[in-house]
Design a protein around this ligand. Structure first.
Ligand code: NDP
Length: 278
């Protein structure tokens, strides 16, 4: 109904594109709902979420820094949320309990495989970073059967821990950025928050194969430092993470409403806006 309330909780939240994305999905699928962005105090997540659901809220998206709080808040967890150790989607169930899921990994894989049509199966994949974003995408990526996955992180122990946690899904190694030399990768995914500070992890200039692709989970108006690195080092293709953002939202929408919106026109509309704001 028009009273079905959804929201995204985060801090900061001002620049969130989620209200715009979900409004576009609702219009496209003819669903009546409202979707707002709420800035939540850092130590108040559980109170705010409880009050939201007590007051008729149907579902939440969760962004930085609350994905672990949301994991703890959920009464029931999906397998992929459990593996990710984090929740980005909460949904009220018919019995009044709250279900926690994580759609980030599915969003990344859908963007890479469907929108960009990059091949992952049989390819060598290098992941930069070992935080929540990389943890959330490891299982769906490894299920595509890349020939090799290597996680490089500034704090190497965190990469090693992730490699141990996901070894049951295939061959996965870990190293520091300094140890990245003399090897080439077909796909490099940047899941560090370095781009936010306009920085780039120290990568050897010959890390890409001839047809190598670069994917930055971050998105911005212009190319990120990692996308520029890719272009300078003859990447076959580069992409930012806007498609991932829209795809993880589509997956959340599908959990809540039981219908999958199409994403292409929403990605294009936000891209146009970003470019106009430059
Ligand atoms: P975390 O804080 O959990 O992890 C941050 C990671 O970045 C760590 O591995 C950290 O290394 C590394 N890092 C930070 N600064 C630097 C630096 N200057 N040089 C090298 N490494 C650095 O963050 P998340 O994993 O939650 O998020 C990471 C990124 O992914 C964010 O930019 C976020 O916007 C993006 N993201 C995008 C999504 C989308 O839909 N497009 C969805 C989810 C996330 P160390 O361990 O050594 O501290």
């Amino acid at each position: 109904t028009a009273n079905d309330k959804y929201a995204v909780f985060g801090n900061p939240i001002k620049h969130s594109k989620s209200p715009q994305i979900h409004s576009a999905f609702a219009a496209q699928t003819g669903q009546q709902l409202s979707y707002r962005a709420h800035k939540v105090d850092v130590d108040k997540f559980a109170d705010a979420a409880k009050s939201f659901f007590d007051n008729g809220g149907k579902g939440l998206n969760i962004t930085v820094p609350f994905k672990i709080d949301a994991y703890n808040f959920a009464d029931e967890l999906s397998g992929r949320a459990r593996l990710a150790g984090a929740v980005n989607t909460l949904a009220l169930q018919d019995d009044g309990t709250v279900y926690g899921d994580n759609t980030d990994g599915a969003g990344l894989v859908r963007d890479i495989c469907e929108n960009l049509a990059w091949e992952v199966t049989g390819k060598r994949v290098l992941l930069l970073g070992a935080g929540g974003a990389i943890r959330g995408v490891l299982e769906p990526l490894m299920k595509l059967n890349p020939s090799q996955v290597l996680i490089a992180n500034r704090t190497v122990e965190k990469a090693q821990q992730l490699a141990r946690d996901f070894s049951e899904f295939g061959s996965v190694g870990a190293c520091s950025f300094e140890a990245l030399n003399a090897n080439q990768y077909d796909l490099i995914i940047n899941g560090t928050s370095a781009s936010l500070a306009g920085e780039l992890p120290p990568l050897p200039s010959d890390a890409l194969t001839d047809e190598g692709c670069c994917y930055d989970m971050m998105y911005s108006a212009g190319p990120t430092p990692f996308m520029r690195w890719g272009a300078e080092n003859a990447a076959w293709a580069v992409s930012d993470g806007l498609g991932m953002l829209v795809e993880q939202a589509a997956e959340s929408f599908c959990i809540w409403r039981g219908t999958r919106p199409t994403t292409r026109e929403v990605i294009d509309a936000i891209r146009e806006e970003l470019e106009a704001s430059q």
